[in-house]
Ligand binder design. Structure first.
Ligand code: FE2
Ligand code: FE2
Length: 188
């Protein structure tokens, strides 16, 4: 990974550690890995898209703890809405610190705020949503989520299998991973 991306990742860590429901540091690493895989086949500017992966969930840091912990559907929706609302100011701070210019920062923010509640037509926005969902099937992330969601491997497999994707590239990579998880679960 480029040095500037590693600096962004370091600056994002304190924010990511404040997400309570799951291991956001591990999740983010999965989204970064997924984005790197997608960019081997899909068109996109890595100087914009890798940062969107690194920073897409930093807004969780400012979502009130009780809202993050709640299992009530309305609260969950509000929490998710807030993690998007709080993202721009944090992203602005981190990207300014590493020397990104105004136009680059605006592009990153524009993509990040569209990773929930939208059905974007732009490939860049679709790639972040795909990378976010792909991460769920990676080995470490999958088994870590079992703890976070207090679920069984079988239940979790059935749940993750239903993830949807915009790009064929993401679909294929995800299906391959999820099939590997299925075999692991069967053998255990
Ligand atoms: Fe998110
Ligand atoms: Fe995410």
């Amino acid at each position: 990974m480029k040095e500037i991306f590693e600096r962004m990742r370091q600056l994002a860590l304190p924010y990511l550690r404040q997400e309570i429901k799951k291991d956001a540091v591990l999740h983010t690493q999965g989204v970064i890995n997924a984005m790197e895989l997608l960019l081997e086949k899909e068109k996109g500017d890595e100087d914009i898209l890798i940062p969107t992966a690194i920073l897409h969930d930093v807004g969780w840091a400012k979502v009130p703890v009780e809202l993050q912990k709640s299992n009530n559907e309305a609260d969950k929706l509000e929490a998710s809405r807030l993690h998007l609302k709080h993202a721009p100011s944090i992203i602005n701070k981190i990207l300014t610190e590493v020397g990104y210019n105004r136009s680059q920062i605006e592009k990153v923010i524009d993509i990040v705020v569209a990773h929930k509640f939208q059905n974007p037509k732009e490939l860049e926005k679709q790639l972040l949503i795909d990378a976010d969902a792909m991460s769920d099937a990676f080995k470490e992330q999958f088994y870590s989520d079992l703890e976070s969601y207090k679920t069984t491997p079988q239940e979790h497999y059935e749940f993750r299998k239903r993830n949807e994707f915009y790009t064929k590239t993401a679909r294929e990579l995800f299906d391959r991973e999820v099939e590997t998880r299925r075999r692991e679960i069967q053998m255990s």
